[in-house]
Design a protein around this ligand. Structure first.
Ligand code: IMP
Ligand code: MG
Length: 188
């Protein structure tokens, strides 16, 4: 499909996503059964994913958000993270699950885990919708992964390109009219 001159090709349908989220939440329910869990979403990209995950959780859940960004309007991570909203609940001695849309270079999630560890949680794990394993620059591993993807820029289901397309119910590969320098043609 074509929107705003961008070419969007569906890679994960609404049904693919729903099935994967059922699987992920079953794993999380099993692993944290009978415990309390603090679920922390990374804004803005994870807002829809978090909403879908938490509604399937059966333990005691508290929800909070942080706002971080490593992206300007470009498609490539800068490695420079800005922290513009911290958590508001106490995570000391709590089990924490971070909900992230995409782990790409890993800079964002690594930074967040390092900062949150200073608050002495009992544990921190990561659940990400999409893991771009092959582009990793720093050593981090998500414990719960929705989909593994090796190339391309994705939008929809919370993921944006210049704030567009977050509202789309499926996930699409984006081909903008003018290929940004961040991705070489062989990358897509
Ligand atoms: P990292 O710091 O390189 O791991 O970047 C992770 C962040 O970059 C994610 O939280 C996303 O917001 C954003 N990001 C990475 N790849 C994509 C993509 O394909 N589409 C939309 N956002 C992306
Ligand atoms: Mg993000």
């Amino acid at each position: 499909m074509n929107m705003n001159g961008d070419e969007l090709r569906e890679v994960f349908s609404k049904t693919d996503i729903e099935e994967r989220i059922d699987g992920l939440s079953q794993e999380i329910n099993r692993d944290y059964m009978g415990r309390e869990l603090v679920v922390i979403g990374i804004l803005k990209g994870a807002f829809i994913f978090l909403a879908d995950i938490v509604r399937r959780l059966s333990m005691d859940v508290a929800v909070d958000f942080v706002r971080l960004s490593s992206y300007g309007s470009n498609m490539e991570s800068s490695g420079k993270i800005t922290f513009s909203k911290d958590i508001e609940i106490d995570i000391a001695s709590k089990d924490v699950l971070l909900i992230e849309d995409i782990i790409d270079t890993g800079y964002t999630i690594k930074y967040l885990m390092d900062v949150l560890r200073l608050k002495s949680p009992a544990s921190i794990k990561v659940c990400c919708l999409i893991d771009k394993v092959e582009r990793r620059k720093v050593e981090v591993q998500a414990h719960y992964v929705g989909f593994k993807v090796d190339r391309g820029f994705l939008v929809g289901y919370g993921l944006d390109y210049n704030e567009r397309y977050r509202h789309l119910p499926a996930i699409y590969h984006l081909n903008p009219p003018y290929s940004p320098s961040a991705y070489s043609p062989s990358d897509r």
